[in-house]
Design a protein around this ligand. Structure first.
Ligand SMILES: Nc1ncnc2c1ncn2[C@@H]1O[C@H](COP(=O)(O)OP(=O)(O)OP(=O)(O)O)[C@@H](O)[C@H]1O
Length: 282
């Protein structure tokens, strides 16, 4: 049954979300999702952390996952490229598809999957290697470059796309860990881009960054949209409103509501969504 919603004052900027409506028209109705999940549940040992989540993620669109702490956003994000495989107690059920392929099939090459569905974490985690090596590592192990000149081109292109090239082009041999937090996060985005992904997953990519570095990452997300399907977990509703065209609201392991960001923030259909976006909890 549809829940009634009360009048509310959304915390996010309505002008921002209605602006998003115009950019969202590129997603033609009826086309195939890049990724889809059906009835995905996740258990950590006996404890169920996610319940029957069904969702679609499209090319050209940024999908934001929002909800209070512990509701399962990161758990769900990690299902999309099988990062939960690395947690021994985690068990995933249901269907997850990438371009119609079963992500959890035993024939799926997980290393290949994680190149196609790249991930950027909350805390920037560059390798303790040079800036160049951080970006070159993936293309090298995936055999994407036939020689050094091609590898150099990939590194340059990836750093340019990540908006970092101008800041680092003269010091590519310096350590990636010597960069500022915001630069390190853009380096991690360049590293994901370098292996030519189709989907980029971002788990609270700005939560360790200051407002200026955050604004740069948000700008970058705008620029990357159109090349990659992007899914982002964020605690910040203003950020979800600014960067996404689709929003999924999770609560207590359930996907409560999923739809256009503009509708979720201005006309939510479920009371629980209303309560969250008006700041009544979370
Ligand atoms: N490795 C793990 N082992 C056991 N339980 C876990 C593990 N990771 C997450 N959980 C539990 O699963 C539930 C969902 O956690 P998850 O981190 O996905 O939520 P979240 O919405 O991303 O939270 P936050 O916003 O605080 O990061 C929580 O109850 C959490 O304690």
């Amino acid at each position: 049954m549809r829940e009634e919603t009360e009048a509310f004052e959304p915390k996010a900027d309505v002008a921002e979300v209605t602006k998003q409506d115009k950019t969202e028209e590129r997603a033609a109705p009826g086309r195939k999702p890049k990724m889809l999940t059906r009835d995905v549940s996740v258990f950590y040992g006996e404890k169920q952390a996610l319940k029957d989540v069904s969702i679609e993620i499209y090319d050209d669109l940024v999908t934001a996952f929002i909800g209070p702490s512990g509701c399962g956003k990161s758990t769900f994000l990690r299902c999309l490229n099988r990062m939960n495989d690395t947690i021994p107690s985690a068990r995933v059920t249901g269907t997850i598809e990438l371009d119609g392929e079963d992500v959890n099939a035993s024939a799926m090459d997980v290393v290949q999957l994680r190149a196609r569905v790249g991930m950027v974490f909350q805390k920037p985690n560059p390798f303790p290697k040079s800036i160049f090596e951080n970006v070159a590592y993936g293309p090298r192990i995936h055999g994407l470059a036939s020689g050094k000149p091609e590898l150099e081109q990939i590194v340059e292109k990836s750093l340019k796309r990540a908006g970092l090239w101008e800041e680092v082009k003269d010091r590519l041999q310096e350590s990636g860990t010597a960069l500022s937090g915001g630069q390190q996060q853009r380096l991690c985005i360049a590293r994901a881009i370098a292996v030519d992904p189709e989907v980029i997953l971002m788990d609270e990519p700005c939560s360790a960054l200051d407002p200026i570095a955050t604004a740069k990452i948000e700008e970058l997300i705008h620029e990357l949209r159109g090349r990659y399907a992007i899914a982002i977990v964020t605690h910040n509703m203003q950020q979800a409103a600014r960067v996404s065209q689709r929003t999924a609201f999770f609560h207590l392991g359930e996907l409560v509501e999923y739809g256009k960001t503009s509708e979720i923030f201005t006309n939510p259909k479920r009371q629980r969504t209303t309560d969250y976006i008006t700041g009544r909890y979370g």
